[in-house]
Design a protein around this ligand. Structure first.
Ligand SMILES: Cc1cc2nc3c(=O)[nH]c(=O)nc-3n(C[C@H](O)[C@H](O)[C@H](O)COP(=O)(O)OP(=O)(O)OC[C@H]3O[C@@H](n4cnc5c(N)ncnc54)[C@H](O)[C@@H]3O)c2cc1C
Length: 550
């Protein structure tokens, strides 16, 4: 069976080399020549024909040799496809010969030749895993685990696959020494230290993203075919289908690609993954797939409003940037609900969580944890957190765990030795001093009880992310976007639809050329596969609209 090293560093066969030779540019290299350096963007892909290329990185201060590529081996990792900055340097160790290809040429190669696609993409993904497991240090985030601002930065880095090391002021012995070295007080945290030693106190997400090489300069003169707002499963599916079918697609997300699915510890019911798949893995693959087809994914880009200018749709970001497009896909999903109890906002992000990824599970190692909710997302979180937490107190408002949770999850929860379920429970308050220390609740007898805890996980439903659409497209009473035949029949009499000469397509909103898919759509099935299906389907309506615009 192939090992991780075999997958990450394959040797190309003679016929694969011949295929590459026909499409790449041969060149000689001199000993010591840098082929690409840490921090470079849009660097080339190299296949070694003769000689040796050393891959090195300096994230720990001094130089570390990552890999020596000999003949028939190739350079590169996922950042070749995502257009992020390189994390490593490639240096010719001897005089030799290589084949070179630009990132665009590489993308078209992997599109055309499935055999090479599989080898190269699998190698790129595995190389990143190996690099991180071998001690590569990305950015460092220093802060208190109970500080909401530190939580936002950590969450952003995790969800955007930015390599980082978390240094906890409350638990890491080295934290004080670093602050002394930087000559800053603890009150200036959270601090992000970049790989080049540059640091920023309390940076905005935009600053952090730009520091990590995530941000693109958006072209405001360009008219896109499709702007996708929200890069959850629906938006990513539309990006993959749209870009692969030749549309010029820009995908925007206020936080990260992945949406809710990216925060799911394990999705058990997604077709094609019989043993389940973690949300992070599913999304990492989807993101690479979209970028491979040259969809541009830009984060953090929060959309503030949608408008019309003649035949164009205008998407305006919170920083005022106006983006022009023929069509828009609304796939902005839903936002988690909060508890209406006193002092809630004091601990939001400082002990109160809405997702249970590996990062949150590690923060709760050996601790008492409270989970509120009884749907499938609560069930998955309980099972996942139980691996690390000392004990999980599950508070359920209804009188049974079965009402909304799938039977397989109920059974898993019931089998746990370190989880207790309290039915008919209502949270009445949260306490703490700077950090969450207790959750209070009542049950049927009305007596208030308290659980000492530093971690409260909420899975109590969600509201549509449609504030940016108010007054622009038809929403239902709960704020979800109405589409297709659910729109009022009187719409047909409006000038706009008379000009279009047709009725709205199935996934079209009350505004021609603006489509909607996924959880944010009124009446949609709130599931990952449903969101992916709708996102994929929406692309055919985009084609139809572009062919005959309103
Ligand atoms: C913990 C958890 C576990 C789950 N497990 C499962 C499961 O096992 N199986 C299953 O089928 N489903 C599961 N689900 C549900 C599934 O994840 C959702 O149905 C799916 O993610 C919906 O996809 P979406 O693309 O419609 O929206 P979302 O995933 O909600 O994505 C919307 C995106 O839009 C972005 N956005 C919002 N507003 C703006 C704006 N103004 N500007 C720019 N971007 C914006 C958000 O940042 C977000 O990334 C789970 C959900 C959760 C929370």
């Amino acid at each position: 069976m192939a090992t991780d090293q075999d997958i990450a560093f394959p040797t190309l066969t003679k016929s694969q080399l011949e295929t590459l030779t026909a499409r790449a540019h041969p060149r000689t290299v001199r000993a010591g020549e840098i082929l690409f350096a840490e921090g470079d963007r849009d660097f080339c892909f190299f296949v070694v024909l003769d000689g040796e290329v050393h891959i090195v990185e300096h994230s720990r201060g001094d130089e570390h040799l990552v890999r020596i590529h000999g003949p028939a081996e190739f350079t590169g990792d996922v950042d070749m496809l995502t257009s992020r900055k390189a994390l490593v340097t490639a240096r010719a160790a001897r005089d030799g010969r290589v084949l070179a290809m630009s990132a665009t040429e590489l993308r078209s190669l992997v599109d055309d030749i499935p055999e090479l696609n599989e080898i190269i993409i699998k190698a790129f993904l595995m190389r990143r895993t190996i690099l991180l497991s071998e001690g590569f240090v990305g950015a460092r985030i220093i802060g208190s685990r109970f500080d909401p601002k530190a939580h936002v930065l950590r969450d952003f880095a995790t969800r955007n696959a930015i390599p980082f090391r978390w240094i906890d002021l409350d638990g890491d012995e080295g934290a004080d020494a670093i602050l002394r070295q930087l000559n800053v007080p603890a009150s200036s945290t959270p601090i992000v230290i970049g790989r080049n030693g540059e640091w920023r106190s309390n940076p905005s997400l935009a600053d952090f993203a730009s520091c990590a090489g995530l941000t693109y300069a958006l072209d405001t003169d360009h008219v896109y075919d499709l702007v996708v707002v929200g890069a959850g499963p629906a938006g990513l599916a539309a990006s993959v289908y749209g870009a692969s079918e030749g549309l010029d697609v820009l995908t925007l997300d206020s936080v990260a690609a992945g949406g809710q699915a990216g925060t799911s510890a394990r999705i058990e019911n997604y077709l094609g993954f019989p043993t389940g798949i973690s949300g992070a893995e599913l999304i990492a693959n989807a993101r690479i797939q979209a970028q491979r087809f040259e969809a541009t994914i830009s984060v953090p880009c929060e959309v503030r409003s949608l408008g019309i200018d003649g035949g164009e749709r205008i998407v305006t970001l919170v920083d005022g940037t106006r983006i022009r497009t023929r069509c828009v896909l609304v796939s902005s999903g839903v936002e988690y609900r909060k508890l209406d109890v006193p002092r809630f906002s004091d601990f939001d992000g400082a002990g109160i969580y809405y997702a249970a990824t590996g990062m949150e599970a590690r923060l709760c190692r050996g601790e008492e944890v409270v989970v509120v909710g009884a749907g499938n997302s609560a069930g998955q979180a309980i099972v996942h957190l139980a691996k690390e937490a000392k004990h999980i107190h599950v508070l359920v408002r209804g009188s049974s765990l079965d009402a909304k949770m799938s039977r397989y999850l109920v059974e898993q929860v019931e089998r746990l030795g370190n989880a207790t379920v309290q039915l008919n429970a209502k949270v009445t308050g949260v306490d703490g001093n700077g950090r969450l220390s207790a959750v209070r609740y009542t049950i049927a007898d009305g007596e208030e009880r308290s659980i000492a805890t530093n971690a409260l996980f909420l899975f109590i439903g969600a509201d549509a992310n449609t504030i940016w659409l108010r007054g622009c497209v038809e929403l239902d009473k709960k704020g979800f976007v109405v589409t297709g035949s659910s729109l009022p029949a009187t719409l047909a009499d409006t000038e706009r639809w008379k000009a279009a000469g047709r009725t709205p397509f199935f996934l079209e909103t009350s505004l021609p050329g603006v489509f909607c898919a996924g959880d944010v759509r009124s009446g949609s099935v709130k599931r990952c596969a449903a969101a992916v299906g709708e996102g994929s389907m929406s692309v055919s309506f985009v084609h139809a609209h572009i062919a005959r615009p309103a």
